[in-house]
Design a protein around this ligand. Structure first.
Ligand code: SAM
Length: 282
């Protein structure tokens, strides 16, 4: 089964026109790979068959969205970044009473638990509010449940030990083979919410915004708009934190962030210019 680019383009256009879900700004090759995978998973031979079923069963659109956006994640992914973040939090935000953090594209929640553990160990969790968003409903449900397979936890524990060789990762979950359940109190200041980065606005300001391994999905123009929107949502002295493979800077938005910690993919806001908050889709 091989879907052509022309078929994908028509499909994303009708999907947008009929249901308002915008995939037209996704990077074509990656979207092509993903759509082919989804057809395989959902048991369709052609994109036309999928579309015909979608017209009769609109709930299939959500299934498609969830499958197309499914993404890899892990706790304490890139342990060096988390160590560096600990220093930034300690040096720049320890005395801030209300720390606001947005994790955009939180997937199944591993990054959220990681951040909560980092803050908890620093004695900063109580002073922090975390908003965790994604456009994948199924992933958000897993994130809310805090239940993960124990085989994944083995890897997460290795990452954690790299981050904190004196810590005990097992204190953060309860075993219920073959799963573990994360300690619910880690999320007492966290809100999970459905949010599409391409079409939805957030009217709130944050000290830190994480958007790791999400922008790789988007074309250059969309990435640039997202980075501008993040700049608007970040308080002065706040940070945007991206993944190692997210290249966010085009010439136009280079002056929005200071690149001093770019090796760790942490970009401090430079109050370069005031931009009005607008809807990305506008
Ligand atoms: C590879 S995962 C990254 C998870 C986590 N940030 C990390 O780095 O471990 C990418 C996530 O981006 C989400 N995503 C993709 N497009 C999105 C959009 N337009 N709005 C919000 N989330 C999106 C996917 O649903 C997926 O959960």
């Amino acid at each position: 089964m091989k879907v052509t680019q022309a078929e994908i383009n028509s499909f994303t256009e009708v999907l947008y026109a009929k249901y308002g879900f915008d995939f037209t700004c996704y990077e074509p090759q990656s979207l092509n790979r993903r759509v082919n995978r989804v057809l395989h998973v959902l048991g369709y031979n052609t994109i036309h068959d999928l579309w015909t079923d979608m017209l009769q069963k609109p709930s299939l659109v959500y299934k498609f969205m969830d499958e197309v956006s499914v993404g890899l994640t892990a706790m304490f992914r890139d342990p060096v970044m988390w160590s560096r973040l600990r220093s930034v939090l300690y040096n720049e935000f320890k005395s801030k009473q209300n720390l606001n953090i947005w994790i955009a594209g939180c997937s199944t929640g591993e990054e959220v638990y990681t951040l909560a553990i980092v803050l908890y160990e620093m004695g900063m969790l109580h002073q922090t509010r975390i908003l965790a968003t994604d456009m994948n409903h199924t992933a958000l449900e897993v994130a809310r449940s805090g239940v993960y397979h124990e085989l994944k936890i083995v890897d997460y524990e290795k990452n954690y030990t790299e981050y904190n060789k004196f810590g005990t990762f097992s204190r953060y979950f309860k075993r219920n083979a073959p799963h573990v359940m994360m300690r619910p109190d880690l999320l007492s200041n966290t809100t999970f919410k459905y949010h599409n980065l391409v079409t939805d606005k957030i009217d709130q300001d944050f000290d830190l915004i994480f958007c790791r391994n999400v922008m790789i999905y988007f074309d250059a123009d969309t990435k640039s708009k997202l980075v501008k929107n993040f700049h608007r949502n970040i308080n002065d002295n706040g940070y945007l934190i991206t993944g190692f493979f997210d290249s966010i800077f085009c010439e136009e938005n280079q002056r929005l962030f200071n690149s001093e910690l770019s090796g760790f993919r942490m970009f401090k806001k430079s109050p370069a210019m005031i931009i009005n908050r607008t809807n990305l889709s506008a």
